[in-house]
Design a protein around this ligand. Structure first.
Ligand SMILES: *[C@@H]1O[C@H](CO)[C@@H](O)[C@H](O)[C@H]1NC(C)=O
Ligand SMILES: *[C@@H]1O[C@H](CO)[C@@H](O)[C@H](O)[C@H]1NC(C)=O
Length: 987
């Protein structure tokens, strides 16, 4: 992931993404019932509501017109369901979508708004049914699930219980959010608690036309708790059990709240993945009367008893837990509020608990205080503290320490069993225009913004896009998710709700349930490595990979392009973002160049425009405090080895000597941060060029600095297509960069094009500072002296990006590439690398490096002679590299980094024997989190109180090793150490 992580740290400069702020539509509200109808309608509506009388429901007036407008008359959705049917059962075989797939339009909002998850950024009106979101018909009920009668014969995965009394029109939004779930195999039990208003009754009848809806009257005592118990009695009845119709999961939803469309699918999968759990929650957004976000929840454990109720009222719970515990809603003691809290505490008292999907999947509509009171009585009549008292009195057992249930999550283990079959049938319709994008995560960085643009483009063409992330890193790794959610509801950050061993089958499940036949994958090592299995499980699915650039530092022998080469037998097509990279693949033995296409990423050209002289003078003064005459040279790039930032002080030094320049003649502005910052600073000081080099760190909008710039410099080792260079070209700046990677191509170099048409100069570097710095200085000197040449290069660059670098134009190529994708022909497979060989060697090198790598053996021959603990470590760990030599030296005589601090050297050394080369040495005499972190020289003790960075690596503590604390083990060199360890193997 190194290459991507590096890419990803680039600050985003595409203005359109950052302008998630106020837009004209932001304050727009639903003004007409028609809008509500528009969002409520789906295929289900067409089949089950639209085809019947309106029965005088005011809100439904005109729904036919609305339907006619959103469904093309030619749409196959008008076909009788039977034609789309066929035998469908839970099966492990994938079904091709072809004739069974629906062709239902999916039309994006014309005014999309990002769906943020960070409180300060959230648009609280942008809930799942907001007109700024994708339409609510992304997921529809499979017609054949109805026509075959399966929906009435089999148990739903989950039953939602909603008690309602004289529901308002707003309940139609709740209905749309329930019936539009990606988990379509649900039942909605609506308990009508003595509704009297005719329009409400009519609306309930209307909703009940959906075959999954059951309306049950509450004929007994009024109230929320009593009504919900009516539903529980019904759903848990013996009769249901006999019919095989008892659901595995339950949830209680108020009649005006909203689920995100993937809420139930993700939560249920989390529970399937963690069978010891009985409750699944999510983060909550409260909107309407008050705007709040709730990120506490089931994971907050006993705080839910002692401090307040943080379990979302719409959380999923298992039928098993309700049956085991006998818990019901307490309509005597909590008839006027607190019923949810009491119910959860009852489950907790009986040992049932669970966890949280860390994503806002539920929108809780806050109502004016008077409203709820008018319906359900005087909630919180005595205030919160009295409610808390009553909860604690009733569930007094939970006050005992250690009594609150804390069912642990099983840590993932290597080589756990992998299943491929889905745990349930979803009854989700398959669609014709679908596509899946798989990326490791959604950083705000070049690679992922490229993915976002592709997602947007496909969604704008009517595709239902499914997005999968294979890594979860909060918050950076989900920063771009709000923007992706503008184009699809279907975004899945797998490790945030699934155990690792369920990832393969979940991907297959998504592909199967959505009817996906094309998967575009980018930068995901996991998917490349899993591809042999995925291709075997889904033989008709085309896997297409998109490549950005080779790893410049030799990581994985070139990184993702190397993965692409190795797995080519399973790929239907490979798309690179430069001709350079295509050639790179062919040079390294790609067997089928015809299967490689080129599609450039592009930038938002409209966000950049060349600055005129007077504006530039102003920018120079305001931003940099230099006069117009100072030539400003700007570099945008991370301070890491790829970009060679340490070369810059040398360039500045050579340049000032070359031109006899003084302070104020030129200045090199470096934008970006990174590990080499201190080194660059030191070099600046050493060469005394502080007057000529400025390090400004990362800035949010490099455009503002580009506006003050005369020359753009990028002395990288290599680059794929560089977004920073493209943006500088769009600003009309001349470029000085290396003849490396795709940079020549980007500056316009091509056969038959002479250098006067390029966007700048290309330096033939040798990657030696003393050779390269003068070369760069020469070119800069020439440009500083020649404003006309600068202007010509700048104009060429601007023309070049206008013509061929706007992302909407460049990325259109993806549609062709997808069409050209051909399922692999395995008869030719012998000519291609077999990934199994590569992956096996990769893992062996990771785990048994010193026993596998010839170089390790050779290096071990050179290891020093050691005695005592040093000898022991040498024998156990194999002293096969300089890094291990340093480590063993340090463990031999461990020093505390804090010179005044103490260190339990003997404990450290004993523990080190089982953690060869580790920089986080866990204390193996305790099961608690404790040990010493190493920094290459000395050690810093850590424990729960001061955890340090080793907290992240806690899962790497050697399993099953428990050393006795007080037995002083003689530090012998040759004895069998294993007899004092309680090892897994013995058990
Ligand atoms: C909640 O946020 C919305 C928009 O995001 C705003 O229109 C509304 O006034 C806010 N409500 C309150 C009570 O602050
Ligand atoms: C330079 O650009 C600014 C802003 O775009 C504009 O207001 C100004 O008139 C321009 N000046 C010249 C000399 O073109």
């Amino acid at each position: 992931m190194v290459a991507l992580a590096a890419n990803a740290k680039r600050p985003l400069t595409t203005g359109s993404l950052l302008s998630g702020g106020p837009k004209s539509g932001r304050r727009r509200k639903f003004t007409t019932p028609l809008l509500i109808i528009l969002v409520v309608q789906g295929l289900v509506a067409w089949h089950y509501w639209g085809g019947s009388d309106h029965e005088g429901v005011g809100v439904a007036e005109g729904s036919r017109d609305a339907l006619a407008r959103i469904w093309h008359p030619s749409s196959s959705s008008r076909e009788p369901p039977g034609q789309l049917g066929g035998a469908g059962s839970v099966s492990t075989a994938l079904r091709r979508r072809t004739d069974r797939a629906l062709d239902v339009p999916f039309k994006l909002s014309s005014d999309p708004l990002p769906v943020h998850h960070i409180h300060e950024q959230i648009h609280f009106h942008n809930h799942p049914l907001s007109p700024h979101r994708p339409p609510s018909n992304q997921f529809l009920l499979a017609p054949d699930a109805v026509s075959s009668g399966r929906i009435k014969r089999t148990a739903p995965v989950l039953s939602i219980i909603t008690a309602t009394q004289n529901p308002r029109e707003i309940m139609l939004e709740t209905a749309a959010s329930v019936l539009g779930q990606s988990l379509q195999n649900i039942e909605w039990i609506i308990v009508d608690d003595h509704t009297t208003k005719p329009e409400s009754l009519a609306m309930l009848r209307q909703i009940a036309k959906d075959p999954r809806v059951v309306v049950i009257p509450n004929t007994g005592d009024k109230g929320l708790s009593a009504s919900r118990n009516v539903a529980l009695r019904w759903v848990l009845s013996e009769e249901k059990l006999r019919e095989g119709r008892r659901p595995k999961y339950l949830a209680s939803l108020d009649d005006d709240d909203l689920y995100e469309f993937t809420a139930l699918e993700k939560t249920v999968w989390m529970l399937e993945s963690n069978p010891e759990w009985d409750m699944g929650g999510f983060h909550v957004i409260k909107f309407n009367a008050n705007n709040e976000t709730v990120t506490m929840g089931l994971h907050s454990g006993a705080a839910n008893f002692f401090n307040g109720n943080f379990v979302p009222n719409a959380a999923v719970y298992s039928t098993r837990a309700v049956l085991n515990s006998g818990c019901r809603y307490d309509d005597v003691n909590f008839a006027v509020g607190g019923e949810d809290w009491d119910f959860w505490m009852c489950l907790a008292e009986n040992g049932h608990w669970g966890g949280t999907v860390p994503e806002p999947l539920y929108w809780y509509r806050g109502n004016p205080a008077a409203f709820r009171q008018s319906r359900w009585g005087n909630m919180f009549v005595d205030g919160f503290s009295s409610l808390k008292q009553r909860i604690q009195d009733k569930h007094v057992a939970l006050t005992e320490s250690g009594r609150f249930p804390d069912p642990p999550v099983r840590p993932s283990r290597e080589l756990e069993a992998i299943r491929w079959e889905a745990p349930f049938e979803t009854h989700l319709a398959r669609f014709k225009k679908t596509i899946m994008f798989i990326v490791p995560w959604l950083y705000v960085g070049g690679a992922d913004v490229g993915a976002l643009h592709q997602i947007q483009l496909f969604a704008e063409q009517g595709y239902r896009v499914t997005v999968v992330c294979t890594l979860y890193r909060n918050p950076q790794g989900v920063e771009l998710r709000p923007h992706v959610l503008q184009y699809t509801h279907d975004v899945h950050i797998l490790p945030s709700f699934l155990r690792a061993s369920d990832i393969p089958r979940y991907i297959k499940y998504l592909v199967d349930t959505r009817g996906i036949e094309e998967v575009v994958m980018s930068n995901s090592q996991l998917i490349y490595e899993m591809l042999p299995a995925l291709a075997e499980q889904m033989p008709h699915v085309k896997f297409i990979d998109y490549l950005h650039n080779e790893a410049y530092d030799g990581w994985k022998s070139g990184g993702y392009p190397t993965f692409s080469l190795i797995t080519q037998r399973f790929l239907s097509r490979t798309v690179t973002c430069s001709w350079y990279l295509r050639d790179w693949l062919i040079e390294r033995g790609h067997t089928n160049p015809n299967s490689i296409g080129v599609v450039k990423l592009g930038i938002e050209v409209a966000d950049f425009s060349p600055n005129n002289a007077s504006m530039k003078a102003l920018a120079k003064r305001d931003l940099l405090n230099v006069p117009e005459s100072t030539v400003v040279v700007t570099i945008v790039g991370r301070l890491d080895p790829q970009k060679r930032p340490t070369l810059v002080p040398d360039i500045a030094d050579k340049l000032r000597r070359l031109g006899g320049y003084r302070k104020g003649d030129f200045v090199i502005v470096m934008l970006g941060d990174g590990d080499l910052k201190d080194e660059v600073k030191a070099r600046v000081a050493q060469l005394r060029v502080a007057d000529f080099v400025r390090l400004l760190g990362t800035v949010e909008h490099p455009q503002t600095y580009l506006a003050a710039t005369d020359i753009f410099l990028l002395p990288s080792m290599s680059e794929g297509i560089s977004i920073a260079v493209a943006e500088a070209m769009a600003m009309g700046l001349p470029i000085v960069t290396a003849r490396a990677g795709a940079l020549p191509e980007q500056l316009g170099e091509a056969p038959g094009v002479d250098s006067s048409q390029l966007a700048g100069v290309l330096v033939d570097h040798q990657l030696k500072a003393d050779v390269d710095a003068p070369k760069y200085a020469d070119e800069l000197h020439r440009l500083i002296d020649d404003p006309e040449l600068r202007a010509r290069f700048g104009a060429n660059g601007r023309k070049n990006v206008e013509k061929s670098f706007d992302w909407r134009t460049t990325l259109m190529g993806m549609f062709d590439e997808i069409k050209k994708a051909k399922l692999p022909d395995y008869t030719k497979a012998l000519a291609m690398p077999n990934p199994a060989a590569h992956f096996a060697l990769q893992n062996l090198l990771l785990e048994n490096h010193s026993e596998t790598d010839f170089a390790a053996g050779q290096n071990a021959l050179k290891a020093p002679t050691r005695f005592g603990i040093g000898k022991e470590l040498q024998e156990r760990c194999g002293e096969s590299s300089q890094a291990l030599t340093d480590w063993i030296n340090s463990v031999e005589s461990p020093r505390n980094c804090d010179k005044k601090g103490k260190l339990e050297a003997e404990l450290l050394q004993r523990s080190a024997k089982f953690q060869c080369g580790a920089w986080c040495l866990f204390d193996l005499t305790t099961d608690k989190f404790a040990g010493w972190s190493y920094n290459g020289q000395c050690f810093t003790p850590f424990d729960e109180q001061s955890p340090g960075w080793c907290k992240e690596f806690w899962s790497s503590r050697p399993a099953g090793v428990h050393l006795p604390k007080d037995v002083a083990i003689p530090l012998r060199g040759d004895d069998d150490d294993d007899d004092d360890i309680d090892d897994d193997e013995g058990a």
